[in-house]
Design a protein. Sequence first.
Length: 149
Amino acid sequence: MGRSQETFNKKEKEKKRIKKRLDKQKKKEERMANSEGGDLDNMIAYVDEHGNLSDTPPDPANKTKVKAKNIEIGVPKREKEDLTIERKGKVEFFNDQKGFGFIKDIDTQEKFFVHVHGLIDKIQENDMVVFEIERGLKGMNAIKVKKVK
């Protein structure tokens, strides 16, 4: 007959695995015994009318009705801008070699891209200009740019 395949080392590893499993079970039972939670009522949180979390339910008298059609999902639609209005601005940056730059509107402080094809007069940085805008592929572009003398 052959020798048993169970060696001392295998027995020790099995004892360690069993001890580890029992310790884990013991810790789990301790956590369950010491936890304050337990039932659903202790775990519920409410949101008040200001958006803050609280443990008391909101007052039904303060409830307001919201119509589903008034809820806007996504980016709100912008009002149609009159693009033909002549705007005043200042050239923030312009690169003659590459043929583009940016104009900052004086009233709204918005920056608009300008290309050399949208110029009527030659411009440089810090020039005061008047221009119109149009929608481009990546945003609003300044066109019909004239230098103010």
